[in-house]
Structure formats: C-alpha cells, structure tokens
Design a protein around this ligand. Sequence first.
Ligand code: UGA
Ligand code: MN
Length: 245
Amino acid sequence: PPLYIITPTYKRAEQLAELTRFAHTLMLVPNVSWLVIEDAFEKSPLVAKLLDKTGLRYEHLTAPMPEEYKNKKSGPKPRGVSNRNKGIQWVRANAVDGVLYFADDDNTYDLELFHEIRYTKRVSMFPVGLVTKLGVSSPIVKNGIFSGFYDGWIAGRKFPVDMAGFAISVKFLLQRPNATMPYKPGYEEDGFLKSLTPFEPKEIELLASNCSKILVWHTQTKRNDPSTTLDLTKYGSTNIEILKK
Ligand code: UGA
Ligand code: MN
C-alpha cells in the first residue's frame, strides 16, 4: 500500500536544509507520495527545484495560513494547519487506499517507521522522542494493551499525542468525510483525532514493538536569522541563490 506523507513547510533560512534532509530519508522509502504544502501564496521556485531533484513522486501545493491567525499579535499560532487540511483534501480527491502520515519538515525519522505505519488498518500510534520536558510522548502499554497516554502536556485532551505520533488509513479517512484539523493551537492533533469519530483510544493500533521503540524524534533546528539581508549580488556574485527574508 502507498504512503501519503503530508509535510507542511514555510519560508525561513532553514527551510531548504530541513527539506533536503527529509527528502533524503524519503528517497530510501518505497512507494511514497510526498505532499509538500507551503504556507505561502505562491510556490517557492527553490522548493520546486529541490523536489524535482529528488526523483520522488510528489505534489507541490500551497495553503497560506488564514490572515486572522497570521496577524495575531500574541500567543501561539495554528502552525501547519491550513497546509495539512489542504493535504487531506488532496488525499480525499486522489487516493483510494494506503496510509497517511503528517510529517513536519524538521523532525527526524527512522526508516523503520515507514515499514511500521504502512499496514495501519485504522489509526496507529507510536512513541515520539524529544517532546516536552518529559522527553517522550507515547501511548502507555501494559501487557500488550493500551492503558493511557504519557505526555508532558495532557491539558484535558482525549488524545494527548504529538502530530508525529500517529498514522491513519486512507480508507478509514475516506469513510469520515467530516474529519478535519481545527485551527486551535495545542489542540490540532486532539481535534483531528476526535473528528475521526467513531474512534476511541482503546482501538489504537500500537506500533514500534508495543510502543517500546522511538522511531521518530521531534527535533528542532536552532534558528539562524541573518541580522542583515544577505545580498551577495552586491559583491558581484551571481552563482548563489539565497533565501531572502
Ligand atoms: C509542534 C508539534 O510537533 C507540531 O506537530 C505542531 O503542528 C506544532 O507544534 C504547532 O501546532 O504549533 P513545532 O516544532 O513547535 O511542533 O512546530 P514547527 O515545526 O515550527 O511547525 C510545525 C509544521 O508547520 C512544520 O512542518 C512547519 O514547517 C510548518 N509551519 C510552521 C508552517 O507551515 N507555517 C508556520 O508559520 C510555521
Ligand atoms: Mn517542529
């Protein structure tokens, strides 16, 4: 069965580095379609060129964050939500089977993860490393049976899990035409998983050897914002493409 990997991305100095690293992981995975969705009004030519170079089967789409959230003065923003909903929409229109996974552009993925999730029948879950101060977010498994969630921020969530900690069957999604991700910072995963009703935590398929292995890490790249706008053309250089802020 095919894997549909939905990756939200946005323009910043680290973008091409993150996408290059993740592309190189996906180039080692058979039968994948990579849906790369930019939080932007127009496709970046640099991203387009990168995607083309990989030889992967991909879709390059855009889905800007709605202005009302983008212009918010304070507090967290619903990062990657418009992008993921656009990806879901694409899957509904183009896929008939297989498995969908939300893979942020900056995480680190073990190739084994893609073997594990490929046979998801409904919704599968597994540990994610380097999330919150607890260092891991995971379903708790006792004697092979689901018995709750371990997460540094439960916050009244029915599904206190990270975006990278679950995969879902396309057939299962298609049977739920109303499933969508809410613009609700901190509650995107919970809201999406709740929208898959009917679906209860006890039905989760436990992967990664009963959730005993970490196959994905929520890594975060240190920001490197050049304080002045880089412009090598000023020095006569024409041979380097630079992401201008
Ligand atoms: C955490 C969670 O792990 C994410 O799954 C969740 O989406 C996010 O918080 C959130 O909702 O705020 P974190 O590392 O803090 O992740 O967030 P980012 O990696 O900065 O962003 C998540 C994804 O959205 C990335 O793929 C990023 O490229 C994309 N993004 C971020 C946008 O498309 N637009 C933005 O303005 C910011
Ligand atoms: Mn991240």
